[in-house]
Design a protein around this ligand. Structure first.
Ligand SMILES: NC(=O)c1ccc[n+]([C@@H]2O[C@H](COP(=O)([O-])OP(=O)(O)OC[C@H]3O[C@@H](n4cnc5c(N)ncnc54)[C@H](O)[C@@H]3O)[C@@H](O)[C@H]2O)c1
Length: 432
């Protein structure tokens, strides 16, 4: 099939490359011309395991085309996926849909035959209705169909998630459009992915409800961890104990920092806006958002306590700063709250992340990037294990702290409390 992905970000680029790998011809469009130039020179703008090779393979075979020319990409394609960002509007909880509507307006100007327009971006319920109204101002209804096909891939595991999704959700009342999408996804359905079709609004809601539920699970176990710390119970054992109940399930029950990333924070907020709009109090989700905000403060307070309330001039090292491993995405990472706070209080911060230096910290006082774990931990007072990258899972702390015996705050619970105590380390973790 001939497909166009508008927005070559984490979702558009990965799914575009994967669709091409299934044998489709894919035009990846982005308004960021520099990004398109780089992609045309096989420079990959994001870090995602396996993506570089996949892009190279399909770009070389001519099945993956990068362009800023939306008009020709739309004209060439049968299915157009809108994959642009929908961040939170400034000083608001609402999703910023300007990019989505801008793309819809542009698409409406170049429809010359039947097109299926798919929102893969996460958009609030009824956005599909609005896009349809917008496009029908210029085009007869028989020439297009707007459907919802939310994306569930996780950064860091995006290619695997695309190839082996738990489910593919398609929202539309148009049988022709649903069957076209079903044949596009047929290779994945054959491998076991469940295909679920519902109404367009239903599909939009499924995406928000999924993310809100997962965020709730994380906040739930984080609060249980707070209690475990006070009652001398190991939260990991509690997670296992409750996760073994099949009604609950063990995933997303690992206590740690506040949830971050490009989806949960913005999607939980946007869902409460929809709730308010329809005069429905989504009190659970509102509490989850509050609990998550509190958690960021709680962790910095914990750092203060570990350092006996003396942050000024203390040397603190962060191992990992991204919101999770195997991605370079910094959006809503806990480090974006912790590092500025500690730097303001006079701490001297070094950080190491496998994906390199981060612009987010370049204007901060006394914050510097180190190109190795050794350099980052050299002569510091406290090491904070912030992200669970593989390379932080078996560190030789004896060697690292040879010059200066530092304290360790492991906010990902990567090490055993018993082992660390036995080795004589001042080791702090979460809920244990
Ligand atoms: N990142 C994830 O893990 C993930 C997972 C599932 C769903 N989503 C959803 O998918 C959507 C995209 O997320 P993302 O993380 O890929 O975003 P992103 O910020 O990485 O990429 C968006 C891309 O769209 C481009 N863009 C913006 N406006 C454009 C326009 N008018 N024309 C052409 N290109 C334009 C930007 O330049 C950027 O390259 C969001 O709605 C997000 O909630 C993201």
């Amino acid at each position: 099939m001939k497909i166009c992905m508008v927005g070559a970000g984490y979702v558009g680029l990965v799914s575009g490359a994967c669709f091409a790998d299934l044998g489709n011809t894919v035009w990846c469009v982005d308004k960021n011309k520099q990004k398109i130039n780089e992609l045309n020179n096989t420079k990959i703008p994001i870090f995602e395991p396996g993506l570089k090779d996949l892009i190279y393979k399909n770009f070389s075979s001519g099945r993956l085309i990068f362009t800023s020319d939306l008009r020709s990409a739309v004209k060439n394609s049968d299915i157009i996926f809108i994959c642009v960002g929908t961040p939170t509007l400034k000083k608001s909880r609402s999703a910023d849909l300007r990019n989505v509507f801008e793309v819809a307006r542009k698409i409406s100007k170049c429809i010359d035959r039947f097109k299926i327009i798919v929102t893969k971006s996460t958009v609030p319920v009824s956005t599909g209705d609005k896009i349809e109204r917008m496009i029908s101002k210029r085009n007869k209804k028989v020439l297009f169909e707007v459907i919802s096909n939310p994306e569930f891939l996780r950064e860091g595991e995006a290619i695997r998630d695309f190839r082996f999704p738990d489910r593919i959700v398609v929202g539309s009342n148009n049988k022709k459009a649903i069957s076209k999408l079903k044949s596009l996804y047929e290779p994945l359905i054959k491998k076991g992915a469940k295909f679920f079709s519902t109404s367009r609004r239903g599909a939009e809601m499924i995406k928000y409800a999924s993310n809100a539920f997962l965020a709730t699970k994380i906040s739930f176990i984080n609060e249980i961890a707070n209690l475990c710390e006070k009652i001398n119970v190991n939260v990991e054992e509690v997670s296992i104990g409750i996760g073994l109940d099949q009604r609950i399930g063990g995933r997303f029950l690992r206590a740690g920092p506040a949830y971050g990333g490009s989806c949960f924070p913005k999607d939980t907020k946007a869902l409460t806006v929809t709730g308010d709009m329809y005069k429905t109090d989504l009190s659970i989700i509102k509490s989850v958002i509050k609990s998550n905000e509190k958690r960021k403060i709680l962790l910095t307070t914990r750092v203060k306590r570990i350092l006996s309330n003396k942050i000024k001039n203390k040397k603190i090292s962060f191992l990992g700063v991204t919101f999770k491993p195997n991605t370079d995405d910094m959006r809503q990472s806990t480090s974006l709250t912790m590092i500025p706070f500690l730097s303001k209080k006079g701490a001297k911060i070094t950080y190491y992340d496998p994906t390199g230096k981060k612009n987010e910290f370049s204007s901060l006082k006394n914050v510097s990037f180190c190109n190795s774990i050794n350099n980052a931990c050299n002569n510091v007072d406290l090491v904070i294990i912030h992200t669970e990258w593989e390379e932080f899972k078996a560190l030789d702390f004896k060697k690292l702290s040879k010059k200066n015996k530092f304290k360790i705050f492991d906010i990902r619970n990567l090490y055993s409390v018993k082992d660390m105590k036995k080795k004589g380390f001042n080791y702090y973790s979460i809920g244990r």
